[in-house]
Design a protein around this ligand. Structure first.
Ligand code: AHR
Length: 314
């Protein structure tokens, strides 16, 4: 949302407050909205912070510009949720030269010198993909389809983003364990509902024997489900096609309750307080763990979803 983008307008001169520049990916998914909200509600004046927020609209060049603008404004900390993993060395060196600590949130950066950032906090994307594969194996087994030929397609996330790279890799590891599983096709849905729908429409035109759709986030699954229904097919536990996704946002619970989505593998977006804790430790001169994974669960239609949804924070 461009209206919320204050990256170039912020003023880092804020007296006693700790100024934090957050270079956010965009507003592509429910997960992302929850992540932004987590930062905006944590980094407030009452907590001793001033937040300068930038929405990069899923473009790395916008994030690089935002980081340079934060450096120019002499912020105290830079937080980045990098769109993709590669291509960050130069701008991180600029931040280092300016003496501004960088903290990574959500996705990872692939840099040769890991002193270029203080810490990273996020989900274990490979593990999420593997958990999805293990769940699928158990589910097919329960259905008496453990030895059947199973045709799959994947609607991937933004190519080169850790969440895409890790989830694809995790599922690939599980494909190796099941010689009867066949991945027919993989295409990016850019982590959005609209693109997820578009990709699923094209998969349905190319293949008439899809058993499973792996969506690398919930919003892509919502689009895929619309495409499946529009093509006159059904999905979910009682349908023709098994649909699974990642994130576990509230709307995914509604989709499972409606009988459309089979399972969702959690990725926790509430990083604001975790990043604040890292900053407080750095302020106190303490050392922080470089890599900080958050705990993640999964949810499927065998669970009491109404009860879980009632307590869900995002
Ligand atoms: O990097 C986390 C991923 O990014 C989430 O799965 C997705 O919804 C978001 O766009």
């Amino acid at each position: 949302d461009e209206a919320e983008d204050t990256g170039s307008e912020g003023d880092a001169d804020s007296g006693e407050l700790i100024t934090v520049g957050y270079a956010q990916v965009g507003a592509e998914s429910d997960w992302r909205t929850a992540n932004t909200e987590s930062f905006k509600s944590t980094f407030i004046e009452e907590n001793g912070y001033k937040l300068i927020f930038d929405d990069a609209q899923q473009k790395q060049e916008n994030q690089i510009k935002a980081i340079r603008s934060f450096i120019q404004q002499e912020v105290d900390y830079i937080v980045v949720a990098p769109v993709v993993e590669t291509g960050w060395e130069t701008v991180l060196e600029e931040a280092k030269e300016a003496g501004i600590p960088v903290i990574l949130s959500d996705r990872m950066m692939d840099v040769s010198d890991d002193s270029l950032f203080e810490a990273w906090v996020g989900g274990n994307f490979v593990k999420e993909g593997e958990t999805c594969g293990d769940w699928l194996a158990d589910y097919l087994e329960e259905q008496g389809r453990g030895d059947e030929e199973i045709n799959m397609v994947t609607i991937q996330g933004t190519i080169g983003a850790s969440a895409q790279v890790g989830r694809t890799e995790g599922m690939a590891n599980k494909l190796e364990e099941h010689s009867n599983w066949k991945m027919l096709d993989m295409q990016s849905g850019e982590f959005t509902q609209a693109k997820g729908q578009e990709v699923m429409e094209s998969f349905l035109k190319s293949y008439d024997d899809i058993d499973v759709v792996i969506c690398e986030n919930d919003n892509e699954a919502f689009g895929a489900i619309d495409a499946i229904k529009a093509a006159g097919k059904s999905c979910g536990p009682d349908g023709d096609i098994i649909v699974v996704s990642f994130d576990s946002v509230k709307a995914a619970f509604e989709s499972m309750i409606a009988g459309d989505l089979n399972a969702t593998f959690e990725c926790n977006p509430l990083h604001g307080p975790r990043v604040a804790e890292i900053i407080q430790k750095l302020e106190a001169g303490e050392t922080v763990d470089k890599i900080q994974y958050v705990d993640e669960a999964y949810f499927d239609t065998s669970m009491d979803l109404e009860t879980i949804l009632a307590e869900r924070a995002y």
